[in-house]
Design a protein around this ligand. Structure first.
Ligand code: NAD
Ligand code: ISE
Length: 342
């Protein structure tokens, strides 16, 4: 397949992630340029567009998608706005990189899936960037060699310094544990079948009324058990760690031992403070992979099926949090468009 010229990208949503992706496309990766930015906040869109030569600021996603210099769309608006933007992109025949979550619930994710199925081809890469993180990629490769044997358990720790304003107890699952639903499915190649959420006494540092931390347990259709400690007001740093326990050994990532210092009778290192620092390389590789595939007229990486499955697991997780007990995950049959493996 012949490679297209430089891809004109419309970045929709210019908040924390959107502005970072604009910088990345403008300054870090190759093969694409930011030809449009869109934000319902006109001033913010103009501010983000200003340093980028040839970039037009819009407030209406549909207007940007109709522009002649827009070949592809990167969605970084909040989750509830994704469905409408995805469906408009489909109408315009545009390829999409959509930040996680695909949509905030399983019903809307399924509508997107059915719409993409109706196109008869994949159009969307979902922004589960951990699949592009060097450590996760190494862990996946090791598991795929079979040297460690069959995976039995996966322990995850996911800690943020502080939750942003408006963050709710259910968002610890739908916004944060969404990542662990994806890495679980991807690393193990299993679907998650049931979710249980345990609720320790909230940290005194959590905003009033927020159930933080939570301890989430997944069961999978391959017989594995997976736990996730999610703690979004830990105060000390941004930490994502995982240990896979297999029949013949274990493998662990995220200890952050890149640079160890010895000083004044102590040894140690630093802890990243947020995701833009911890996963900077992963975001770069994710967006470069999307641009490269799009220029070959291909779609790779996490699919709408993966986004739908994550939404269904998170929905079960939120019910488990609110009602207690073990909640089974309901999934429709996987359409052939999305292959056979998580
Ligand atoms: P944010 O609130 O900082 O920014 C969202 C921006 O979108 C705001 O500027 C807002 O005005 C704008 N907006 C709202 N509705 C819009 C619409 N309909 N059309 C266009 N613009 C609209 O949010 P954020 O933290 O940047 O999160 C954006 C997305 O990125 C979310 O889906 C979030 O889950 C995801 N995210 C992913 C990661 C990751 O690690 N992959 C990290 C953080 C956020
Ligand atoms: C945020 O939206 C992300 O996706 C981050 O990666 C995650 O660590 C954080 O908990 C979410 O709120």
């Amino acid at each position: 397949m012949a490679q297209r010229g430089t891809l004109g990208v419309a970045v929709i949503g210019t908040g924390r992630m959107g502005a970072d992706h604009v910088r990345r496309i403008h300054q870090v990766i190759s093969g694409a340029r930011v030809s449009a930015v869109v934000d319902v906040d006109a001033e913010r869109a103009k501010r983000v567009a200003a340093p980028v030569h040839g970039c037009t600021a819009y407030t209406d996603p549909a207007a940007a998608m109709a522009a002649a210099d827009v070949d592809a769309v990167l969605i970084a608006s909040p989750g509830p706005a994704h469905e409408a933007t995805l469906l408009t992109a489909f109408e315009h025949g545009l390829p999409v990189l959509c930040e996680k979550p695909l949509t905030p619930d399983a019903a809307s994710a399924l509508r997107v899936l059915r719409a993409e199925q109706g196109l008869g081809r994949r159009r969307v890469q979902v922004g589960f960037m951990r699949r592009y993180d060097a450590e996760y990629v190494k862990l996946k490769s090791l598991l795929d060699t079979g040297q460690l044997g069959r995976p039995l358990m996966l322990h995850n720790r996911h800690r943020n310094v502080a939750s942003p304003p408006g963050f709710t107890s259910s968002m610890l699952i739908s916004d944060s544990v969404a990542h662990e639903t994806d890495v679980t499915r991807w690393l193990l190649g299993h679907e998650i079948t049931a979710v249980t959420v345990l609720r320790p006494t909230p940290s005194a540092n959590a905003p009033d009324g927020i159930q933080d931390p939570q301890f989430v347990v997944f069961e999978t259709d391959g017989g594995a058990v997976v736990d996730v400690e999610i703690f979004v007001n830990c105060g000390f740093g941004y930490q994502v760690q995982a240990e896979m326990v297999c029949e013949r050994g274990t493998a662990r990532l995220g200890d952050g031992h890149a640079l160890v210092t010895n000083m004044a009778g102590r040894w140690g290192g630093t802890i990243a403070q947020d995701y833009t620092e911890r996963f900077a390389d992963a975001y770069d590789r994710e967006v470069q992979a999307w641009v490269d595939a799009t220029r070959r007229d291909e779609v790779t990486g996490p699919s709408v099926w993966d986004g739908y499955a994550a939404a269904a697991v998170c929905e079960a997780g939120v019910r488990a949090l609110e009602e207690g007990g073990r909640v089974e995950v309901e999934l429709v049959d996987r359409p052939p468009l999305y292959g056979t493996s998580a």
